[in-house]
Design a binder for this molecule. Structure first.
Ligand code: CMC
Length: 424
């Protein structure tokens, strides 16, 4: 057993060093407080391993991302989304029959309870679809209060999520809901519910279906990011699957996390509107006074490149080409990337385009409005959240409620004097 030694107050304390299958090492501090009275201090958990996990491996220095050991670029170009869901959640690639059965179940559970439609009626027309998604996921628990059958609830989540998302969109544009059509694939079924109207036939273009399949897979898991950690945190209190997902959706919404994809397009539109002067924009970001960040750039873990962003940059060219779309936003994004990557500020800080930089341009080409971009992230990330929640739940020897410590820096003990309230 490898050990590290902490010398504190003239005494030596041995601490076990644990090692992962890819050679990552960590000091196990679980007994530190009992042995020394000390806690560790790591705001924003930048250097804290919060769990052992066998789902996703990232090497941020080398730009590596693997699901269950398989490289992301191979999974993204060779798999269908439903297979990736099964693999992430159940730990291995499914047999063909297992995948067939899983798809069949996902198809049978696409409808939402008719009473849920009434909730949509109550939201104001401009309601952000992420708020609707968080509320609807929480509400699912009221329709399926028995938490006993985890696999059944997993199917419900994956099957109904696309219906909930498409209904949120239809609500926002005032069109009637389109019900799922169950001879379609997962992505095609969603796209039809988004874009079909009752009066007309609608066939989902194969290129658009494939593009969505790719995007969903690229977003499917990313180990202990903010929303996934939220999922585990909430799940650790034994909150049910639907409630944990609702919390993870709220965490994803922020512009530093999944909300960045919507912000990237807003940013590009603003740059375009003010004359497409990339250098001027980059200078504004750098001077720090404006508080503007280059959205879709930077990452806590990737310090070389984000492999998802590389796949998406190539995909943007290919998909827009196939759809015959010439979007000046793509050229603008490439120019911004080039300007940033040759600038000392970004080079020194190791800031590169992340998954959110090019995804919005592809969503736009598919006809998906920017207010739905983060909802698209939710749909892709669901299998990862579920896999992480289930891995924690199934942990050998059980799991504890998440409960970090703090360093208190407030007032010390002082008396609570009576206020003279007689004349109030
Ligand atoms: N534009 C300009 N400067 C940046 C950016 C950016 N996008 N990102 C980081 N920096 C600077 C930051 O100001 C700091 O500079 P200094 O050392 O002078 O104070 C330095 O780079 C280190 O950044 P940090 O804030 O310590 O990095 P972090 O790991 O805490 O934050 C991040 C990571 C992703 C929140 C951040 O890079 C960011 O806000 N990026 C823009 C939003 C974004 O694209 N988010 C999507 C992340 S990937 C997908 C996902 O998680 O959903």
């Amino acid at each position: 057993m490898t050990q590290a030694t902490l010398v504190y107050d003239g005494k030596e304390f041995p601490l076990e060093v644990i090692e992962g299958t890819e050679g990552e090492r960590a000091i196990d501090v679980q007994k530190l407080r009992a042995q020394t009275g000390l806690v560790t201090f790591d705001p924003a958990y930048g250097n804290t391993g919060s769990c052992k996990s066998a789902i996703t491996f990232i090497d941020g220095e080398k730009g590596i991302l693997r699901y269950r050991g398989y490289p992301i670029d191979e999974v993204a170009t060779r798999a269908r989304f439903t297979e990736v869901c099964w693999m992430l959640i159940y730990g291995r690639r499914p047999e063909l029959q297992e995948l067939k059965d899983f798809r069949e179940k996902l198809t049978r559970h696409t409808l939402i309870h008719e009473d849920m439609k009434k909730f949509y009626e109550g939201y104001p027309a401009g309601a952000h679809p992420m708020a609707i998604m968080a509320a609807m996921f929480s509400a699912l628990q009221t329709f399926y209060p028995d938490d006993g059958d985890v696999d059944q609830n997993i199917v419900r989540v994956l099957a109904k999520s696309k219906t909930l998302a498409a209904f949120a969109y239809k609500k926002s544009i005032g069109q009637p809901f389109i019900y799922p059509k169950n001879d379609l694939s997962w992505p095609a079924n969603f796209l039809r519910m988004m874009f079909a109207v009752p009066a007309e036939e609608y066939e989902v273009p194969r290129e658009v279906e494939d593009a969505l399949n790719l995007l969903l897979i690229l977003h499917a898991d990313h180990e202990q990011n903010c929303s996934t950690s939220t999922m585990r945190m909430v799940g650790s209190s034994e909150a049910n699957l639907f409630a944990s997902i609702s919390a993870a959706i709220c965490a994803l919404w922020g512009p530093r996390h999944g909300g960045a994809n919507e912000q990237v397009i807003n940013m590009l539109e603003q740059i375009q509107a003010s004359g497409s002067n990339c250098q001027k924009f980059i200078d504004e970001v750098k001077d720090g006074k404006s508080g503007i960040k280059l959205m879709g750039f930077g990452h806590r873990v990737y310090k070389n490149f984000d492999p998802r962003s590389r796949v998406l940059k190539d995909a943007a060219d290919r998909i827009l080409g196939k759809l015959g779309i010439n979007d000046p936003m793509l050229e603008l994004a490439k120019k911004i990337e080039e300007t940033a990557l040759s600038d000392e500020y970004f080079v020194k800080r190791k800031l590169y385009p992340n998954v959110d930089f090019y995804s919005g341009i592809i969503y736009r080409a598919m006809g998906i409005p920017s207010s739905m971009f983060t909802v698209m992230f939710v749909l892709g990330r669901l299998p990862g959240w579920i896999a992480q929640w289930k891995e924690q739940r199934d942990e050998e020897g059980g799991y504890r409620i998440h409960r970090p410590r703090q360093i208190y820096v407030g007032e010390t003990l002082r008396p609570f004097e009576d206020l003279n309230t007689k004349n109030l």
